[in-house]
Write a protein that binds this ligand. Structure first.
Ligand code: PLP
Length: 436
């Protein structure tokens, strides 16, 4: 007689594929790892050469240039840290942290074991764009959309019994057996089954035969903070949950817990897979976390739209909060807080002609002003390029710099770059190494 564990792990006899008709190694991590796919070029059909942007695709020259090759190279650097045996679920929620979910997903798809989003809608967007990689829905409010999730072959992370039942019923109705991952709360108090309730949730899989528990997961509250003990305690709890699952007969699960910071700082948090987001975009969650040579994948730039020579004492922008301390040359830029450049920056800079120039006066909704008095006029005239995030010659402004000036996190700056800023994807490097 097959053991309980064997019964639980048995693959479905048949799976009706409603939308994604092509058989694709199942939805299991094991299946994925054993059958790497190499897609065509990662960015097919999505590119506009950056040099053409200001004249052809955008009237206003404020653009976010996305280097998809940098995202791919960051993934390789990250993989070198975590080792070859750990799967990577590339987190592309929130429009890939503002970098453009579809092009980033296409760039990562050949190199990651899976992708992860937060919303069902985000998963549907990727499927509609033809992304075929497994997609985890991490923080979903599923409402009544279990059928969409199943039909589009998204992999649900479930955190309560009600959703588990609804997925069980929906999968059974469609004649499918689907993978689900169960999230446990190990200290974040946000989403997740409590450690105490886990046995009852595990027991439900006995009756919900259309569901296959594929893994447990959790999310850490403080992996980027100096005090490692909080994460160590969460890891102890998660290990206890894994033990509980083993005890209940789930012996072959693929567990995952780590975001960028945890994957880098806590080797024991790597389990079967890790879920990096920020590191792929070349930023770090805090100064306590580091991976050598990460490349910022986003550059935010614009061009000067007006230049004024003003006498000493002239107030600049709303409220006259800044007054020229000397005769000054002020350049106005067509970018403001409606584009996601934070209004509350203090002592912020931009780059003009390879030099740092201070942002002066209040950031407006659509514009901001910089003091270009010290820049040669040839470099700071009408139409000159200004870099708000990125490199210009020897100078660089990182997203962390802007976050620091605004008293917030790089996550918020990246996600906050608004829809009206065109994202221009630069060619991804041709992908030569398939994922392990
Ligand atoms: C559940 C979950 N996993 C992974 C990530 C990725 O985190 P990071 O961008 O810090 O790597 C996030 C992001 O907030 C998340 O919410």
């Amino acid at each position: 007689m097959p053991s309980r564990a064997e019964l639980r792990q048995a693959e479905p006899a048949s799976a009706t594929r409603e939308i994604d008709a092509e058989p694709y190694a199942g939805e299991t991590l094991q299946g994925l790892a054993s059958k790497p796919r190499v897609a065509g070029t990662a960015t097919e059909g999505t590119l506009v050469p950056f040099a053409e942007v200001d004249i052809r695709t955008s009237i206003r020259p404020t653009v976010a240039e996305i280097d998809l090759g940098a995202v791919q190279r960051n993934l390789s650097r990250f993989r070198r840290v975590i080792g070859p045996s750990v799967a990577v679920f590339g987190v592309v929620k929130a429009d890939a942290y503002g970098h453009g979910a579809v092009p980033v997903a296409r760039a990562l798809e050949p190199l990651c074991n899976a992708l992860a989003v937060s919303l069902v809608e985000e998963g549907l967007e990727l499927r509609a764009a033809g992304v075929r990689a497994p997609i985890f829905v991490l923080g979903a409010y599923y409402n009544r959309h279990q059928d969409d999730v199943i039909a589009q072959r998204l992999t649900p992370v479930v955190y309560d019994l009600g959703d588990l039942e609804r997925f069980g019923a929906a999968a059974a109705r469609r004649g499918r057996r689907i993978d689900v991952h169960v999230k446990v709360d190990t200290g974040m108090s946000r989403l997740g089954v409590s450690v105490d309730d886990l046995p009852a949730v595990l027991a439900r899989f006995d009756d919900l035969s259309a569901l296959r528990l594929a893994g447990l997961c959790t999310h850490f509250a403080s992996a980027d903070l100096p005090d490692a003990s909080v994460t160590e305690q969460a890891l102890d709890k998660f290990d206890a949950c894994i033990g509980e699952a083993m005890h209940a007969g789930f012996t072959e699960l693929a567990h995952h817990a780590a975001n960028s910071a945890a994957a880098i700082r806590f080797p024991r948090a790597r389990y079967a897979a890790v879920r990096p987001g920020l590191a792929l975009f070349g930023a770090m969650p805090s100064r306590h976390v580091a991976v050598a040579d990460l490349e910022p994948a986003l550059r935010l730039s614009t061009r000067i739209m007006a230049v004024h020579d003003v006498p000493v004492g002239t107030p600049v922008s709303y409220g006259g909060l800044w007054r020229a301390p000397r005769p000054s040359r002020i350049a106005t830029l067509p970018v403001g807080y409606a584009d996601g450049y934070p209004r509350h920056v203090r002592d912020a800079c931009a780059l003009v002609g390879g030099r740092r120039v201070p942002i002066v006066g209040a950031v407006c909704m659509d514009m901001l002003m910089v003091d270009v008095t010290d820049v040669p006029p040839a470099d700071a005239g009408l139409g000159s390029v200004v870099t708000l995030i990125g490199r210009d010659g020897a100078e660089q402004i990182t997203v962390d710099d802007v976050a620091g000036w605004a008293g917030t996190l790089s996550y918020e700056i990246l996600c906050g770059i608004s829809k009206r800023v065109p994202r221009i994807q630069r060619d991804a490097a041709i992908v030569s190494t398939p994922r392990p």
